[in-house]
Write a protein that binds this ligand. Structure first.
Ligand SMILES: Cc1ncc(COP(=O)(O)O)c(C=O)c1O
Length: 408
């Protein structure tokens, strides 16, 4: 008898399961649109030129050692991360009302933040958008949250934001609950509120006792501009609303497997900071003791050096523009094929993802017949569409909506 008898098999994670199915598919012109990874127009993974440069500097620096970092991480990195998010003229920065905690990607930042809220602020209910990023609910549940609720987000008929529904659900959200909000390039829909809609949401948080937990994984990849994309968090900071914000450097620096992120926290009273920091340090010590140094050093080196920072902004803009171009090309090709349905949403949506509106049956057929893999939710990664698969993707969509007509 084993200690591990009777352990049921966990539900497969769809993106990993589909990646495996894709790998096993012997067809050589297959297309994987499921993963949230940026690809070049040649369909290759992209190491940003500015990151390559900073890595060379890092490897040549004989003065560096591999000593442990502190639990809260490298300050030159966390300060750079907070500044990127809030902007250096933010009242939170000027008045020293912020904290930065280095993390393992935004997943890690969400997890340490969620654990903190459960343990130290007695939160037990959280809300995510419907549809939302599929890992949010797992992260919050594993951190100890007891109740998961959703607020309306997508109107599936129009494939537009259901802002009225969203606002109504947030207005009715339970007091003391945590509201997860995606800052930009919403995953999976690619639909973000406008600035004036965010203003309305912000006012709600001023007047109601609910706690905002932002997820900022795509800053700069939605509009091509890091300031435009950070609008909502900067608005909340300006209104002196306290929040947590998980930041990712996976996509925006192309450092996916380095697992680097940051948890930005704004507080009303800077005198609270030492106590908050001490609890984070205490909890992190028990979880993984301290974060990693290499990627934090590389990002800090780029962000704290004006010419390199400008170069990074350029690299980021190039990525965002390539994704926008892929959106336009796909829509144009679908229009040229006289594909049934309306495809305007492909170009209206922003960021790495597009919620296409295809049905699960159509998605399954695309994979089986055309070897083009999308998520069952109909989400595709626009950043994976490039010159050599564009026609195949358009053909697959065109064929599946004709084969299984609906409803677009
Ligand atoms: C909305 C959202 N949050 C978090 C993550 C996880 O990012 P990271 O790699 O930084 O952990 C992703 C990645 O796809 C995401 O889309």
């Amino acid at each position: 008898m084993s200690f591990f008898d009777n352990i049921p098999t966990a539900h497969p994670v769809e993106i990993y399961y589909l990646r495996e199915t894709f790998t096993q598919d012997p067809f050589n012109k297959k297309v994987l649109l499921t993963l949230g990874n940026y690809r070049t127009d040649e369909g290759e993974p992209y190491v940003l030129p500015v990151v390559k440069h900073a890595e060379r500097v890092y490897h040549k620096d004989e003065s560096l050692n591999l000593e442990y970092l502190t639990p809260l991480g490298m300050e030159s990195f966390t300060n750079a991360a907070v500044t990127l998010l809030l902007g250096n003229t933010s009242p939170a920065i000027i008045k020293n009302k912020y904290i930065g905690v280095q993390s393992y990607g935004s997943t890690g930042a969400l997890r340490i933040g969620a654990e903190y809220l459960v343990r130290h602020t007695a939160k037990d209910t959280f809300y995510t958008s419907n549809p939302g990023y599929e890992n949010h609910d797992r992260i919050f549940a594993c951190a100890g949250f007891k109740t998961w609720r959703c607020y309306r987000y997508l109107d599936t008929k129009t494939i537009k934001l259901d802002f009225k529904g969203m606002l109504e659900d947030l207005r009715n959200a339970e007091d003391n609950s945590v509201i997860v909000l995606q800052v930009c390039g919403h995953n999976p829909t690619g639909i973000d509120p406008t600035e004036s809609q965010w203003d309305e949401v912000a006012q709600l948080f001023v007047s109601k006792r609910i706690f905002p937990f932002f997820d900022c994984t795509y800053q700069g990849l939605a509009s091509g501009d890091v300031n435009t994309d950070a609008y909502v968090v900067r608005k909340f900071a300006e209104l002196n609303v306290e929040f947590f914000c998980a930041q990712s450097f996976s996509k925006i620096f192309g450092m996916y497997n380095e697992r680097i992120g940051n948890l930005t926290i704004t507080v009303k009273d800077p005198e609270l900071i030492p106590a908050i920091n001490s609890q984070f340090a205490f909890d992190i010590r028990a979880m993984y003791s301290s974060p990693t140094g290499r990627s934090a050093r590389i990002i800090a080196h780029i962000c704290n050096n004006a010419p390199l920072y400008q170069q990074w902004l350029g690299n980021l803009k190039d990525m965002a523009l390539r994704i926008k171009k892929a959106r336009m090309q796909l829509k144009e090709m679908l229009d040229n094929m006289e594909t049934p349905g309306v495809w305007e949403h492909l170009v209206d949506q922003v960021g790495m993802f597009s919620y296409t509106g295809l049905t699960p049956e159509q998605v399954e057929y695309m994979a089986r017949k055309h070897h083009v893999y999308a998520l069952t939710s109909s989400r595709i990664c626009m950043a994976a569409i490039c010159s050599n698969n564009l026609y195949q993707v358009a053909m697959a969509i065109n064929d599946c909506v004709r084969k299984f007509p609906k409803i677009n």
